[in-house]
Design a protein. Sequence first.
Length: 419
Amino acid sequence: MNELYPERNILCIDLKSFFASCECVERGLNPFTYPLVVANKKQGQGAITLAVTPYLKTLGVKSRGRLYEIKPDIKYYIANPRMELYIRKSKEVIGIYLDFVSSEDLHIYSIDECFLDVTHYLKMYKMTDEELATKILNTIYEKTGLTATCGIGPNMLLAKIAMDIEAKHNQNNIAKWTYNDIKDKLWPITPLSNMWGIGKRMEKKLNNLGIYKVEDLATSDQNLLKDKFGIMGLELWNHANGIDLSVIKDYKKLAKSESYSHSQVLFKDYNENNIQLIINEMVEVLATRLHKNNKLTGCIGFGIGYSKEIDNGFYHSIKLDNPTDSIGEITKYCLIMFDKFYEYLPIRKVSISLGNLEKKTNCQLSLFNNIENNNTDNYNQTVDEIKNKFGKNSLLKATNLLQDSTAIERNKKIGGHYA
């Protein structure tokens, strides 16, 4: 295989209906025959179904819906969420993974999902990757009572998608995909949001471009995707073609470069309709630090934390071809990551980081840039000087006066002048 298609043995393991299964195991119940929903009873019929047992899923009940959406003729029992229990059970399973691989070959993706690189363990165990996956899944069940599914692939992407799309439908809960399966198994996936890394909002934007299934994305013009979505557009194209150069060990490396970060816990639930305002304001704060210190960022990290009862979210980062200090550019990439990964759940936290910082020594201009864009530095400097002299609330955008804005109160709490 060429360098775009490395051959590794990656396992992606997910604990099936994790929260609901934990509750059933604690009660001595079978999640495959018992109708249990994990939800906050105090919130009534509007409560989010954080998890439902596999049995209820066979009846059409979905996780992350609302209780009132469950058909009246379906009988079910409600268990209040217990995060302490789920964290304890998750640690038990991670301990099992570490009995098979070293920590550097384990990537914890979420509380119920992990990646294992078993490439260099197969000879030691004298097993194929499928045999080792079977051994790990059986051990999880024997020691914890939890059922897991596993996708196997030559890279993290194909392992994850094999698990999401096929493994849960197989009797042994295991599915293995190779590069030969890209056209027959990956390309037919539709709707696009069924593919890892494409959320509902990103799906709509791709649909507007006439892209409805993964094959459409894989055969699209790369330049068009890059123009529309920046570097993320190329990543979408790569993933649609089964290309993923991520290595689990890379996730273990600590960032050595200086970085600026900003996170905000929100005082109420936000959603896709009003969160952009918060993102814009937070990017402004970080960009001001870049301008003040004459720095450019080459890596943007963006994360969303959902409401406490869900206790989940996402955090992803993207490396830029051309480092920037532009508020518009940074905001654009944050919103692209939001569109890609947001799950339409209530938002209570936003995190943004700017890494791979470098000194802004000179600027390469483009003949295709608008002259107004080339005067941005002067504008930013003037705004920053006024705010530094007279206080952060001395100059406000009209959007800062909106009800959902947190800028004015946040500026009061962290001081009127820039440090």
